[in-house]
Structure formats: C-alpha cells, structure tokens
Design a protein around this ligand. Structure first.
Ligand code: KIV
Ligand code: NA
Length: 265
C-alpha cells in the first residue's frame, strides 16, 4: 500500500494505460478521491477560484498552497500529490523556483510540483529535477498569464502548433515527468502526445492524451454558472448541498430538529 510514483506513470505510458487526475484542496475531499483510486491529485492554484474566492489564480500565495497541500497529503495514502507553484514563486529564476518547490516538498509533503510554461520555464524545471524534485509541466493555456493571453484555445494554426511542440519537447528535455496541456486543439494534442515519451495530461485537449485532469468542483457540479466546454459534470453537488441546507433550515425553523433521538436524557 505505497503511494503512486512518477515511475508508475512512466510505465503506464509504455503500456498504453490512461489515467485520471483530479484537483483537491482539503483532506476530506482528497480522502474520497484517494479511496476512489484516483492515482494523482493536484493541489492546483485553481484553489484561487474554487476554494479561496479569488477571480483568478494570480493572487494565490505560497502559504495558501503549502497549507492546503499539507491537508491533501494528510488525507491520502495512495495518490501521488502534486502541488502547483503559484504565480510569482518561480518566475524570478531557477534559485527562487528551487526554494519554493523545496518548501512544498519538505514542509507540505508534496511528492511533485507543477509549474506553467514551456521553453520559458525549462531552466527552472532542469534545476528542480536535478535537485530531486519531480516536475509536472503545464503548457498551452497557462492561467497565471491570463492578463497576457486571456482564456482562449492555444496552439491554433501551424505556427502556434509548432511552438507548442517545441514547448513540450523543451520541458521533456528539461526532465519533466508529465506535461499538462490545457485548451489545445485535439489533433495538436494528439501529435504532441505521439512525439513525447513522457505522459501528457489533457484538459480541453481532446481524447488522445495519455491522462485527463479536471478541476474537482467542476466535474462534481459544485462550481456555479456556465462551465467551459471541456468539462463533463459527473454529479450535481451544488443542488444536493443546497437542498440539504434548506431542509436543515426548515427543520430548525419548524422545530422538527432536533428530535428525541438527537438529544441526551
Ligand atoms: O490549477 C489547476 O487546477 C490546474 C489544472 C487545471 C491542470 O492547473
Ligand atoms: Na494550476
């Protein structure tokens, strides 16, 4: 009963086995996913939108990622826990990236970190990997750059597709153990997946990636409002939880709760 390792994920690609990844931001939810057999959990900076009430991932801090990573690690025993490096924690350079990643591994207990960027982040990835920290890369749409790129499909057109392929090869050469591709045309993602020996993890990147990731509040139907096209909802937790809260409120107001069986003599 050991944790999944990056070696297991490399073997899965060799065997042609696909695997799922979900985000998690707290111990209890993470334990549900761990028990369900999800092999890789990402403490994503999507916690900014989904858990902390920010508009984007940009304001998320190292303290926030470290605290929630520690919670997810405590709540799990099988899953490989990957922690996102937040915006501003690695852009200054390789030494800053190593300091930030070391904290998430050493203090929070992450088994790997993820950072955004292809060619531009290869130097950081290289030092982290040489220092013994497994790195998951993230290319295509990179939400920490929202103010520069918006939330649009990336890698459209021949030139952009070639750049995406160069980015994927750069992070693989730097030693990344897997590459997230976000909002990329399916045929381009398929070509990148073919070209790499490390697994690709798609989100809005079509059917042919080696793995798939979704933000858990999206896939469980807890996130309010319109969701991106690439999300599939597997539950309707927002409705279920709202109904529970309304039923509790009604019981309290009417005096139906607590009943004798909830009370002490
Ligand atoms: O923060 C996050 O949830 C992510 C995934 C969408 C890949 O980076
Ligand atoms: Na992220």
């Amino acid at each position: 009963n050991r944790r999944v390792t990056v070696r297991d994920l490399a073997l899965a690609k060799e065997r042609g086995e696909r695997w799922p990844m979900l985000t998690a931001y707290d111990a209890m939810t993470a334990s549900v996913f761990d028990e369900a057999g999800i092999p890789v959990l990402l403490v994503g900076d999507s916690m900014g939108n989904c858990h902390l009430g920010y508009e984007t991932t940009v304001p998320v801090t190292m303290d926030e990622i470290a605290m929630l990573t520690a919670a997810v690690v405590r709540g799990t025993s099988r899953a490989l826990v990957v922690a996102d490096l937040p915006f501003g924690s690695y852009q200054e350079g390789e030494v800053q990236a190593l300091r930030s990643a070391t904290r998430l591994v050493k203090e929070a207990g992450a088994q790997a970190v993820k950072l955004e960027g292809g060619e531009r982040s290869a130097g950081q990835i290289d030092l982290l990997v040489r220092s013994g920290i497994p790195v998951m890369a993230h290319i295509g749409l990179t939400p920490q750059s929202v103010h520069a790129m918006g939330y649009r499909v990336q890698g459209r057109g021949e030139e952009a597709a070639q750049q995406l392929l160069r980015d994927a090869k750069a992070v693989q050469d730097a030693g990344a153990f897997a590459v997230v591709m976000e909002m990329v045309p399916a045929p381009v993602a398929a070509e990148v997946t073919q070209a790499l020996h490390v697994p690709t993890v798609g989100i809005g990147a079509g059917h042919d990636c080696d793995a798939q990731v979704l933000v858990w509040t999206d896939m469980a139907g807890l996130t309010p409002g319109r969701l991106p096209r690439f999300v599939k909802r597997y539950a309707e937790l927002r409705g279920a939880l709202g109904e529970a809260a309304r039923a509790f409120a009604e019981d309290v107001t009417s005096g139906a709760f607590p009943a004798p069986e909830h009370s002490f003599e």
